[in-house]
Design a protein around this ligand. Structure first.
Ligand code: NAD
Length: 290
């Protein structure tokens, strides 16, 4: 297939390279020259504008920073320039309302579109092991699925337009809350005189067990290797967790959902990121509790 790829940063760069590896012709556009240079090294053809990149394509994939940018890229440049039969896939993490608005406008212009945000970070993007949560009609999902499969290990249909974003922010809100709970428990256990490894050995096979503990332990030297073992570098940046918690709080307000724990997690990550820790892994917040 001929695929336009818009936004080849930390995530999009690896994803586009995997589309090339799968045999697709990838036409790249990014505002940053550095991203385009890397894309060319990975076998993409590079273009000077979205309009040029989407010419004659079968599909458009985007991986952009936020909803405003996604909305203006599609309404200002993709719609009307991409062929009518092209399937559109936005993989960025954005707010549910904007995802639904872009999909609605796509339909008005005669395009099928899915929101397909990802779980998994930069390593999963370059390794082709992302999980995609997809919102859109059954027929749009069927068309998007093989393209997403070339970039991930799991592709799950979450329902209509916007539901991919809804799944993503509910999942990440839960992750933020469970990470904070795990950090609190380890910090308190230590203050009560329990060795962290001993607490891990007990809790990891008891009812307190969760992913934040057994796959991504915030305590160095405990559990499988995690960013805690690398001085909280790499992994999932606290600034991105804060972005997702803010999106979750916006969505909760619009849906009138009660999210007291999500709100507390957002406030704690606001403080953590505000204190200059935005690029640190999100599990580093344990340092503020110790
Ligand atoms: P990034 O900043 O590295 O990449 C974004 C790219 O978009 C940049 O190269 C930028 O130049 C480009 N860009 C911005 N505006 C543009 C425009 N109008 N037209 C074309 N290109 C434009 O960010 P990232 O880490 O790759 O994240 C991308 C998306 O993936 C975000 O929505 C983020 O929330 C989501 N995400 C990131 C991670 C992660 O671990 N980094 C994990 C899951 C989801």
């Amino acid at each position: 297939m001929k695929i336009a790829f818009i936004g080849l940063g930390n995530m999009g760069g690896g994803m586009a390279a995997n589309l090339v590896k799968a045999g697709h012709e990838v036409r790249a556009f990014d505002l940053a020259n550095e991203a385009l240079e890397k894309a060319a090294e990975h076998g993409c053809s590079v273009f000077g504008s979205v309009q040029e990149a989407v010419e004659g394509v079968d599909a458009v994939v985007s991986m952009l920073p936020n909803g405003q940018i996604v909305l203006s890229a599609y309404t200002g440049e993709v719609f009307g320039n991409a062929p009518k039969g092209a399937i559109l896939l936005d993989c960025s993490t954005i707010d549910v309302a904007t995802a639904r608005e872009v999909a609605e406008q796509a339909a008005k212009h005669g395009y099928e579109m899915v929101d397909a945000p990802v779980s998994g970070g930069i390593a999963a993007a370059s390794g082709g092991t992302l999980t995609f949560m997809v919102g859109g009609s059954e027929s749009a999902f069927k068309r998007a699925e093989p393209i997403l499969q070339a970039m991930g290990k799991a592709v799950i249909h979450a329902g209509d337009a916007g539901n991919g974003q809804a799944a993503k922010i509910c999942n990440n809100m839960l992750l933020g809350i469970s990470m904070l709970g795990t950090c609190e428990a380890f910090a308190m256990a230590q203050k009560l005189g329990l060795d962290p490894q001993t607490f891990y050995d007990i809790s990891s096979v008891s009812s307190g067990q969760c992913w934040s503990m057994t796959s991504y332990c915030p305590v160095p030297g405990v559990g499988p290797t995690s960013p805690a073992d690398n001085d909280y570098q790499g992994g999932f940046a606290a600034g991105l967790m804060l972005k997702d918690l803010r999106l979750a709080m916006e969505a909760a307000e619009s849906a009138d959902a009660a999210v007291p724990m999500g709100a507390r997690a957002r406030a704690l990550y606001e403080d953590f990121v505000g204190a200059g820790n935005g690029t640190q892994d999100f599990s580093g917040i344990i340092r503020t509790l110790k």
